[in-house]
Design a protein around this ligand. Structure first.
Ligand code: 6PG
Length: 246
């Protein structure tokens, strides 16, 4: 189904959601490698994509893909060291990277353990170096989740990151400071070739209804996501989509 220029797809449950996302991921992967010999993807943390990352490391999804061509980035990270239970890098390392042969140099993690400012500045430099050919990185795929408050990556309602138009990456200060984070900005997210939201569960019904009906687009970071040049897809399970009129 297409809504306001966005593709919205509803599947029965969170398992079907993970399979639909794995299809989308592997299709983007193959298309990108066929077109420009590499696949650049930025992934989210949170609980929703965990099953997707695990599936991607298993047949049939892991088969026939050129894992050397994958360059993996993160849309956000908590300021914790790798190995920490809250680390988005660790989530993907344990579920996917432990199973597929991605070269270490292709894994572009955010160095959360360096603290918010330094980690953001290092990642900004890394993005500028890697995507030197374009002013703003053009990822082949960006995977996003949505919080119940409408946050995406670590862009929270009302935070400076919602208004940022220059930086590619920003520090995010939370209380207590152990919860500080680093996030890509909308400048990068909106520039991707394909943006895909993965949303599941009853708790997301209200926020999804508000975003997809165009309400609160100015206060909800998810409502600020627009595919400037690419495609925007919403993959939802039936519970999350319950209040939508599609
Ligand atoms: C993170 C995220 C965050 C997440 C949403 C949704 O690191 O936590 O990148 O933006 O995608 O909070 O999380 P759930 O999938 O757990 O609902």
């Amino acid at each position: 189904m297409s809504k306001r220029g966005q593709e919205v797809r509803v599947v029965p449950d969170d398992d079907a959601l993970a399979h639909a996302a794995a299809e989308l991921f592997t299709t983007c992967f193959r298309n990108a490698v066929a077109s420009h010999n590499r696949f650049t993807v930025a992934v989210s943390g949170g609980s929703t994509p965990r099953r997707l990352y695990a599936l991607l490391g298993l047949p049939p999804y892991c088969e026939g893909l050129d894992w050397n061509a994958l360059h993996l980035f993160w849309v956000d990270e908590r300021c914790v060291p790798p190995g920490h239970t809250e680390s988005n890098y660790t989530l993907v390392r344990d579920t996917l990277l432990s199973r597929v042969p991605v070269p270490e140099r292709n894994v572009h993690r955010i160095r959360g353990e360096e603290g918010p400012e330094r980690a953001a500045s290092l990642y900004e430099k890394e993005l500028k170096t890697f995507f030197a050919a374009s002013e703003v990185p053009v990822f082949d795929l960006i995977l996003l989740g949505v919080g119940e408050d409408g946050h995406i990556a670590s862009i929270f309602p009302g935070s400076p990151a919602t208004r940022e138009t220059t930086q590619l990456v920003m520090p995010v200060y939370r209380d207590p400071p152990e919860l500080n984070r680093v996030t890509m900005t909308l400048r990068v997210l909106n520039n991707a070739g394909q943006i895909a939201f993965l949303v599941a569960g009853d708790r997301k019904q209200n926020v999804l209804h508000d975003i997809l009906s165009g309400k609160h687009t100015r206060t909800s970071p998810a409502g600020l996501v627009q595919a400037m040049h690419g495609k925007l897809s919403w993959l939802l399970d039936e519970r999350a989509a319950k209040k939508l009129r599609l």
